[in-house]
Ligand binder design. Structure first.
Ligand SMILES: Cc1cc2nc3c(=O)[nH]c(=O)nc-3n(C[C@H](O)[C@H](O)[C@H](O)COP(=O)(O)O)c2cc1C
Length: 249
């Protein structure tokens, strides 16, 4: 007797992939079309989570004098740090440069598709341990939640070496708003923007005397109960961990 095999249905993933590729391809017409401002209901959720909460103001640490070429030459990923606090104005400079670069490079901000920057502060002078939203416009950090400590800190990340970093900057973005504005290409755009923002943060950190590493960030399942990052209206895209270099030898 002939039975119905589920195999043909399973094999349709090739067709699914082909459709995904077609839908996310940018053609000339899509490039010419002026993207629409997305529905405000699709905007990122982090800014409103910080509204009405106390903001810890922070200045912006001044730039160093080392030429960019030399910064680029000594850039290397560093994942363990000295037990020494990061200054709040240095951290503010790191995020402010990343946010400013993004604003200048992509004009999605005016349409409400701005990147959002979360900070896991474990050892930042002037900031009690916690999860903060950095507001470039407000020039400071708003505390959104506690940050699990001890063994629970290790549950937040896949790689243990990041669990106790003095500061982790998480680049988040409004995936829903970007998809509404750019179609499937919106996801790619957000990832590109996050990569550029994280690399800007990295170079700024080096310039201001810190070392760090780009990595995947908090596990979504661990981040979600702490702050409103649902992976759709606000999604964590990439992260940058930083601190002072551990003493050599
Ligand atoms: C998009 C992206 C995601 C990354 N994710 C991780 C990660 O989750 N964990 C990690 O250890 N390194 C990650 N890396 C790699 C490091 O940031 C770094 O680029 C790599 O270790 C190369 O080291 P180097 O810069 O010292 O040569 C990622 C890099 C990129 C560009």
């Amino acid at each position: 007797m002939q039975t119905t095999s589920p195999l043909p249905a399973l094999l349709e993933h090739n067709e699914l992939m082909r459709n995904l590729q077609l839908r996310s391809r940018l053609d000339a017409a899509a490039l010419r079309a002026e993207p629409a401002a997305p529905d405000t209901a699709l905007r990122g959720t982090l800014r409103s989570a910080g509204e009405g909460k106390h903001l810890v103001p922070a200045g912006i640490a001044p730039a160093g004098t080392e030429p960019l070429e030399s910064l680029l030459r000594r850039r290397a990923s560093v994942r363990t740090y000295a037990p020494r606090p990061v200054a709040a104005d240095v951290l503010a400079a790191v995020i402010d440069r990343a946010a400013t670069f993004d604003r200048e490079a992509w004009h999605d901000h005016d349409a409400g598709v701005e990147l959002e920057f979360l900070v896991a502060a474990r050892d930042v002078a002037g900031l009690p341990v916690g999860l903060y939203l950095y507001s470039p416009a407000g020039g400071g950090f708003t505390r959104l939640s506690d940050l699990p400590a001890g063994d629970a800190a290790a549950e937040l990340v896949l790689q243990l070496e990041f669990a106790h970093a003095p500061a982790i900057v998480m680049v988040c973005g409004p995936l829903a708003a970007s998809l509404d504005r750019h179609g499937e290409h919106g996801h790619r755009l957000l990832l590109t923007r996050a990569g550029a923002a994280a690399h800007t943060a990295w170079l700024t950190a080096l310039d201001r005397g810190l070392v760090g590493s780009i990595f995947a960030g908090f596990l979504s399942s661990a981040l979600k109960p702490l702050v409103p990052v649902d992976g759709y209206r606000s999604a964590q895209l990439l992260a940058f961990s930083c601190g002072h270099a551990a003493q050599a030898g």
